[in-house]
Write a protein that binds this ligand. Structure first.
Ligand code: CA
Ligand code: CA
Ligand code: CA
Ligand code: CA
Length: 468
């Protein structure tokens, strides 16, 4: 089945060249003689397979050249102790730059040279998703690293952190700066922008202290502002609101000129969502929320969706359906294998689309983009699907597609947008067991005119590029 689909797709892509009438699947068959029938459209290129606990991957131009580097965080080796998994005390953040010099079209992307940004010696527990930004405004990109393990508090630890790493010598040397360390809160992502109206960029993150894994009611989740001074120094955390979740987006949702914050919610009241009658659900028990920036230092939380179970990701996509409207693609994070509540009552793993209505403070309209069974989880409690996602053109037909990590569904996937605006989910080739994947980055890394898809995998200690 999978082969058939990829072959049809191969035909379609070649079809662009061999006939301008690309719609019909039958045409694909006619044109497919022009491609090797056995060649998959996407092929996996693994550029790293020895990075223990590879976690998140982002891209950005860190070195002085014309193309992107990849920045990958990794947690280190997990070990088993008498009371379960022991989180390693320190991870790493690594920059990979393309070994091929220059930036000619169709350049090679098979060899990448690693440089350590954060070494294990720095003692950063669970470095999470890095953000590339010019923190000290010296016109050179730096890297902000949020860190921490959300159940660390239950182990008696306070190892949450936000640090930023100043680039020197064209990305060869990195100077550490601490924003917060030894925090009981873990931080998964940061936003770097002005959130308090002084035109100086700040750091905003959601601190998650999920307490004991077996107690969903002891979670402390807060939206934190670390006010910036423009020179790379930040004030201590000020709590702007409660709730939110790990992977944030800054976006002016209500178009009043002030940046708001859009967030999934995974920990906190949302865990008990199925027990709350729909009419009684609010922004605290919502799967996805936005914090409205009132401009006076206050942020007011509004629900986006209240029926999706624990939320994992929500990101905006301009013109997703080709109608000029910015819509939001989102994932919940659930596991249909768990047979007891509340887990058994959550909606199954799903990719959603949210569209704000006239009144953005009301719930946004929602549509399921994936189909039942698209993301089957392997494993029991603690595992869930899907993971993070990103949008981009992936098959050359001009319509925006989606790449998504299966996370606990052990593979990585792309969702093709069809001509009617519906989506079909397909697993990327050679991604069996490519589980708990970070990313995706969707980017044309080599000016080939086609996007690559980059995922890291915790299960395989790997960083891989899918290219076509
Ligand atoms: Ca500010
Ligand atoms: Ca706003
Ligand atoms: Ca497409
Ligand atoms: Ca490319």
């Amino acid at each position: 089945m999978h082969d058939l689909k990829t072959r049809q797709l191969a035909g379609l892509i070649v079809g662009v060249g061999c006939a301008s009438l690309v719609h019909a699947a039958e045409l694909a068959y006619e044109c497919s003689a022009l491609v090797e029938a056995t060649k998959p459209v996407y092929e996996r290129l693994t550029i790293e397979d020895e990075l223990p606990g590879a976690a998140f991957v982002v891209s950005g131009n860190l070195a002085r050249n014309d193309r992107s580097e990849l920045v990958v965080s990794s947690f280190g080796e997990l070990t088993s102790g008498p009371s379960g998994t022991v989180p390693p005390s320190a991870g790493q953040v690594t920059m990979y730059h393309n070994a091929k010099s220059g930036n000619r079209p169709n350049g090679r992307i098979d060899r990448w040279v690693p440089t350590t940004i954060v070494s294990e010696a720095e003692g950063i527990t669970f470095p999470n998703r890095p953000t590339i930004a010019d923190v000290d405004e010296r016109r050179k990109p730096d890297v902000i690293v949020p860190g921490g393990y959300f159940f660390d508090g239950s182990l008696g630890n306070a190892r949450g952190s936000i640090t930023w790493w100043e680039s020197r010598n064209n990305g060869k040397k990195w100077i550490r700066h601490d924003v917060v360390t030894n925090s009981p809160f873990s931080y998964h992502s940061v936003l770097f922008d002005d959130f308090n109206g002084d035109d100086i960029n700040d750091i905003v993150s959601v601190g998650e202290n999920a307490g004991s894994p077996s107690d969903p009611f002891d979670d402390v989740i807060e939206l934190h502002l670390f006010a910036g001074d423009g020179n790379g120094n930040f004030s201590s955390a000020v709590t702007l609101a409660t709730g939110g979740g790990s992977l944030l987006t800054a976006f002016d949702v209500n178009r009043d000129g002030r940046l708001d914050i859009v967030s999934p919610q995974f920990f906190g009241s949302v865990a008990g969502q199925p027990f709350i009658p729909v009419a009684a659900r609010d922004a605290d028990s919502a799967s996805f929320v936005w914090f409205e920036n009132m401009g006076d230092g206050n942020f007011v939380k509004h629900a986006i969706g209240i029926e999706q179970g624990p939320g994992f990701a929500i990101v905006p996509v301009a013109n997703l359906l080709g109608d000029g409207v910015t819509r939001w693609i989102a994932t919940n994070h659930t596991n249909q294998n768990v047979t007891f509540p509340p887990f058994s009552l959550y909606p199954e793993p799903t990719v959603y689309e949210f569209t704000p209505g006239e009144d953005v403070r009301q719930l946004w309209s929602v549509r399921e983009l994936s189909s039942p069974g698209d993301f089957p989880v392997t494993g029991g409690i603690g595992q869930a699907a899907p993971g993070f996602l990103s949008a981009g053109e992936l098959n050359g037909d001009g319509r925006t597609d989606i790449a998504v990590s299966g996370d606990g569904a052990r593979g990585v996937f792309w969702m093709e947008q069809l001509s009617d605006g519906n989506f079909v989910t397909r697993q990327l080739p050679d991604s069996e067991d490519y589980g708990q994947a970070g990313g995706p980055v969707i980017e044309d890394l080599n000016r080939s005119g086609t996007n690559e898809i980059i995922f890291s995998s915790f299960d395989q200690n790997a960083v891989s590029i899918w290219r076509r």
